[in-house]
Every structure is written in C-alpha cells, then in structure tokens.
Write a protein that binds this ligand. Structure first.
Ligand SMILES: *Cc1c(COP(=O)(O)O)cnc(C)c1O
Length: 457
C-alpha cells in the first residue's frame, strides 16, 4: 500500500472517481469537475492538494468548534488507544472516559438534564430519540402517543429516522420517506415565506401550526415536537422572536415532549453552551454531535432530561437499544479534552462577548450590497440572502443558480461559504479571531461583487 502522501492531485482524483461514493453527491457531475482534495488544516485555514489556502467559513460541516490542529486532542486519542482502544458499554460495563464525559456534559447542560446516551453521530442520536420517546409514553401507559411533529426544511440527519424527522423534500423523494408516525408543519422562515406579515406576526402564525397539528391528530396521538433552535442546513433560519415563546406555550398546554436538535447550536455556537439556553427552552431531550468532539472523531449523543430519564430508570426493564460504539472510549477521551479546552480557554464566553458581536456587526454591512436582500445571524452563524430585488425579496429566475455561482466564487477566492439555494451561509470555527473575521467578510464582499458581475446586475 502506498501512503496517500505520495499521490498527487490527479492520481487521487482518478482513484476517487473509480472507487469512492461520496455523501450527498451527484457523481456524474463530480467526475466531470474533479474532487477537491483537502490535505491539511490549522486554526481556521484549510490547504488543498494544490497548495491553496482556504479560510474555512463552515468549520468543516459546522463541527470544528475549537479549530484545526489542536494536538491535545490527538494526544488524548493516542493515550486512550494504548490504554483501552475499545470496550462496550453493554452488559454492566463502562469505561472511564465515557463516564467522565457524561458527567462533564451534564455539568454544562441545562440544570434538569443530567443523563447522556452516547451514539456515533447526529443521525443515530435522532434514531435513538425516536425510540426513546415512544418507550417513554409506553411506560407512561399512553401507548397511543407515537407521532412526532417536525418541520418542513428541518434537518435531523440522513438515516431512515433522521431523514424522516427532517423535512427535506428532496430527501423524502428518495426511498418513500417519511416513515409513518412523523408529520411536518411549516418552518419559521420569514424571509422566504413570510409574505406581507411582519416577522413577529409570521412567527406566531408558524408556531400556531403546531397547535393546529396537535388538534388535527388528537393530543393522545402526539409524542413529541422536534426542532433545531436555529435551522442550520435549511439555511441558517433564525426564527422571529415571537416563535419560541409561543411554541413553549403550546407544548406546555398539551403536555408534549420537546426534542431540541442541538447538533449545530450545541457546544458554544450561539455564545451559550446550547441553543436551548440562548432561546430559554426547557427540552426533554437534546440531540448532540458535531461540536461535541469538534469533529476530531465521530461521536454523538442524546442528553436526557429528568422527566424522561426518571421514567426510563425508575420503571425498570431494558430499553432494547444501543450501538457497538456507544460510549467509545477513544471518542469519549477526545470529547472530554474538547470540553476541557472549550471551558478552560473560555471559548463560549469569547464567542458571546467578542467574536459573535464582531462577526454580526461586520456581516450586517453586507446587507448594503446590491445582491443582498437580508443578512441575519446569531452567535457564529450567519446567512446572506441573494435576491434580484431588495425591496420585494424576489429571487433570480433560476432557483439556486446565484447561490451556486457565489459559492464557487468563494472557493476560487480562498473562502468556504456554503449555498443553500440562494442563501449563503457561514459557521466558522468558534476560535476565529477578529482579523480573520475581517478577511472572511472582505472576501465575501468581493465574491458578491464577482457574482453580481457574472449575473449581469
Ligand atoms: C448534521 C446534523 C445532523 C446529523 O448528524 P450526522 O452526524 O451527520 O448524522 C442532525 N441534526 C442536525 C441539526 C445537523 O446539523
């Protein structure tokens, strides 16, 4: 076997095309364009196999919260691999890093959430949650309560349960999803769907779709409501301020469990440890992954609130669910070190007090660009809406073309910004410094100019 270091870009691309099926990828198109090989990274920067330096405005896939190149995590993994590379958490067993990680997560989670179920990813976590909420209502003697209400254009992963809980139509179209027992209501996306309503009117309207759906199904059928605090993959959709308080009122009125998918918002992204704290939510379950290990190793989990944990534990009997890699000792050791760094280096405080106010102030200036209809964001999440008419919020005729063009301009100019349709989104590492934010925003402005030129506006 030759080491991958010896291969040049063309060789890697040829092998890739011959053997590698990528996630969410049109392989015919990829083969024609050639794969971009990312070789190394440091801080907030990536280097591709051609030696180009690229500012990673997406923190990988919303996950590299502490930035690239932290040798402490590599050391933690190395040490743990020598000591105990693997053991399961079934059959009365546990390992020290998994136990300590559960305890450390409980410390930063909302006060009523003190238990963690470990998984390998965000998708697996939502599969776990679907089974856990159904088990909960069975134990409560209400076996009819099985349906989970979710939102159109939400993202909850890509397994059968994850994609069903999510509300991505293009995913549902493949494989007869969603599975039974999962229904969707409109999203609180004012810029795209608010029409003539004010943001707050629209936020109330969107929240009340939950109440309408509960009444339509009958409360004795409804197990839970699942949502991201801020939709990530859907386009960094920050709900109007009227939205979450009304959702909370409705959930309390009907006694429905709240599942908050914190896979993106968790571990500091909003300037709080969790998005639930930013919006003052009281979840029964939280989905975690991504920033949990800063992406250095795959790991996910479910943080379980008192009400559900007490019921599962006190009732007794086995919850017949779990993964070979639940509580993997190496991933847990890396997660623990990641948490230590977030805490000791006061990275969440840095986001809240310095990085987020600065990023939000700087990206707000992009709203003056002729191509931009709205800029919004919270913490180190940002979205830029590309429009053909700033006043009417009208899009260009070919949906997504402006976004794709802008994204390609960004990469060609040393910046990773993702496009969701015609919405440009960003989610840089939490450790991004003010001068790196300046670079991100000036590159973004330049790419908006280049995109406008190409579009002829
Ligand atoms: C990425 C993501 C997931 C899925 O996580 P995977 O680790 O890719 O399975 C679930 N929910 C949200 C909100 C996500 O952003």
């Amino acid at each position: 076997m030759t080491s991958h270091k010896r291969l040049n870009t063309a060789q890697l691309q040829a092998m890739d095309t011959a053997h590698y099926l990528h996630p969410f990828t049109d392989h015919k198109a990829l083969g024609a364009r050639g794969t971009r090989i990312i070789e190394r990274a440091e801080g907030v920067y990536l280097w591709d196999s051609e030696g180009n330096r690229i500012l990673d405005g997406m923190a990988g896939l919303w996950c590299v919260n502490i930035g690239y190149g932290r040798s402490e995590l590599a050391d933690a993994a190395y040490k743990q691999m020598l000591e105990l590379p693997y053991y399961n958490s079934f059959f009365q067993c546990a390992n020290p890093p998994a136990v300590q990680l559960a305890s450390a997560i409980a410390e930063v989670a909302p006060a009523h959430m003190n238990h963690v179920f470990f998984t390998g990813s965000g998708s697996e976590s939502n599969d776990t949650i679907l089974r856990m909420v159904r088990r909960y209502w069975d134990l409560k003697g209400k076996p009819g309560k099985k349906t989970v209400i979710s939102r159109i254009n939400g993202y909850h992963g890509s397994t059968v349960a994850g994609a069903s809980l999510g509300g991505m139509q293009f995913m549902h179209e493949q494989g007869d999803l969603p599975i039974p027992g999962i229904v969707h209501i409109p999203q609180p996306y004012w810029f795209g769907e608010g029409g003539d309503m004010s943001p707050d009117e629209f936020g109330l309207w969107a929240a009340r779709q939950l109440e309408a759906k509960i009444q339509e199904l009958g409360v004795d059928q409804v197990a839970a409501f699942i949502a991201e605090p801020i939709q990530g993959a859907g386009g960094v959709i920050v709900p109007p301020s009227s939205y979450w308080p009304e959702i909370k009122r409705i959930l309390a009125k009907y006694d429905i469990l709240l599942i908050v998918d914190e896979v993106i918002c968790g571990f500091g992204r909003t300037g709080e440890w969790f998005g639930s704290q930013y919006f003052d939510l009281k979840p029964d379950l939280m989905t975690i992954a991504k920033g949990m290990t800063s992406g250095y190793l795959p790991m996910g989990g479910v943080i379980v609130g008192q009400r559900v944990a007490d019921t599962l534990i006190e009732h007794g009997g086995e919850f017949a669910h779990g993964y070979t890699y639940s509580g993997h000792p190496v991933a847990a050791a890396v997660g623990l070190e990641n948490l230590r760094i977030l805490r000791d280096e006061k990275i969440v405080e840095y986001v809240k007090q310095e990085a987020a106010p600065y990023l939000q102030e700087k990206i707000a200036q992009l709203a003056e660009h002729r191509l931009v209809g709205e800029v919004r964001g919270v913490g180190l999440l940002g979205a830029i809406e590309l429009v053909s008419n700033k006043q009417t919020r009208a899009r260009f005729a070919e949906k997504g073309a402006a976004g794709t063009l802008c994204r390609d301009m960004c990469v060609a100019n040393g910046l990773v910004m993702r496009a969701v349709g015609d919405t440009m989104i960003m989610s840089p590492p939490l450790v991004i410094r003010p001068e790196e934010i300046d670079e991100l925003v000036s590159k973004a402005w330049r790419c908006l100019d280049l995109t406008a030129e190409k579009l002829g506006v």
